[in-house]
Write a protein that binds this ligand. Structure first.
Ligand SMILES: NC(=O)C1=CN([C@@H]2O[C@H](COP(=O)(O)OP(=O)(O)OC[C@H]3O[C@@H](n4cnc5c(N)ncnc54)[C@H](O)[C@@H]3O)[C@@H](O)[C@H]2O)C=CC1
Ligand SMILES: O=C(O)C(=O)Cc1ccc(O)cc1
Length: 302
């Protein structure tokens, strides 16, 4: 399908921005013109070499002047600052969207920045990896993954439809959610697991025999800590912009850790056994759900 958005500007040509550029290019060929923006000239040169952007520049203001759609693909706090910077340079009818991992904060920040006639349609691909930068970009990153949109109820319907059309080109599955619900869900299934993985790795610092511990670390340690290799800049911003849902989930996580600590300390095998049985049942059930999820819509019907 040929989309009516001809000029797309991607600000932040890293893992997500680069993957988006590659996916759109693969789907649309020469029908669209992609302008890539980044603070890193090396990243921009690589982006053009890979085919993720036609034009490249470090000047975000100039890059958005003719854009039909602008994707903000930087860490959250940078995206908020960029929205402010580019606002006066956007053309009438332009759409601003983003790929950031937290939504309520950005919506509050951006709501009053954009002039009338310019539409903000927030987005978040539930696709990624622990590597960052354009070198890790992949045209198939979004394939069959959820891509969440959190537009306000009052958002322009044609703008939402156009963003959907463009996202569809990446092979992602689109779902629409309220921003607060998005932030609570992602705190539980993404943000707290990333904090947990980082904590497990940092736990090694307490080891009296670090070298042997690291040497012995097997598949289990690798599996549970892969995402601890993620970008610190990005994760610091996520924690700063989704604090209440993250703290709420962390409090509950701490309760669970306290409970299992007590049970082990007291030698209560039945309680310890129950802790693992409950988790195994849930996890095995999740795998079953995942198998059928590719056929099922989310509970909100999207
Ligand atoms: N890494 C992941 O797995 C996922 C990340 N996200 C979100 O997408 C966004 C981008 O993440 P990644 O692509 O992983 O990060 P990344 O670190 O790979 O890329 C970010 C790019 O933005 C550039 N940048 C930073 N500040 C800038 C500025 N002021 N102006 C222009 N360029 C600037 C950086 O130089 C870098 O090339 C983040 O908000 C993140 O929360 C969403 C889904 C998955
Ligand atoms: O590497 C992984 O498995 C991830 O979970 C990547 C990821 C990171 C941040 C997001 O907002 C969404 C996905």
């Amino acid at each position: 399908m040929i989309v009516p958005a001809k000029r797309i500007t991607i600000i932040g040509m890293g893992l997500i921005g680069g993957s988006l550029g590659l996916a759109l290019r693969a789907a649309q060929g020469a029908n669209i013109r992609i302008t890539g923006v980044d603070v890193s000239e090396d990243s921009l040169n690589t982006a053009r070499l890979l085919g993720a952007a036609d034009d490249i520049t470090t000047d975000s203001k100039a890059a958005v002047k003719d854009a039909d759609i602008v994707f903000l693909c930087t860490p959250v706090l940078q995206a908020a600052a960029l929205a402010k910077e580019i606002a006066p340079y956007l053309k009438q009818g332009a759409i601003v969207t983003d790929t950031c991992s937290t939504k309520s904060y950005l919506m509050q920040q951006i709501a009053f920045l954009l002039p009338a006639g310019i539409h903000y349609i927030p987005g978040h691909p539930m696709a990624g990896r622990e590597k960052s930068g354009i070198e890790a970009a992949d045209a198939a990153l979004f394939d069959n993954k959820w891509y969440i949109l959190t537009p306000k109820q009052t958002a322009d319907k044609r703008a939402v439809a156009l963003v959907r059309q463009v996202i569809n080109l990446t092979g992602a599955r689109i779902t629409v959610m309220e921003a607060g619900q998005h932030d609570v869900c992602t705190a539980l299934i993404s943000h707290v697991p990333h904090i947990g993985a980082a904590a497990l790795v940092n736990l090694l610092a307490y080891s009296e025999d670090q070298d042997s511990s690291i040497k012995l670390a097997g598949g289990g340690f690798r599996d549970t800590t892969r995402i601890a290799s993620s970008n610190a800049d990005m994760w610091a911003d996520i924690c700063m912009t989704n604090a209440a849902p993250i703290v709420d989930s962390l409090d509950k996580f701490n309760q669970l850790i306290t409970q299992i600590t007590q049970a082990i300390r007291e030698g209560d095998r039945a309680r310890v056994h129950n802790f693992f049985t409950t988790a195994k049942k849930r996890r095995d059930g999740l795998l079953q759900l995942e198998l059928s999820a590719s056929e099922q819509p989310l509970s909100n019907g999207h």
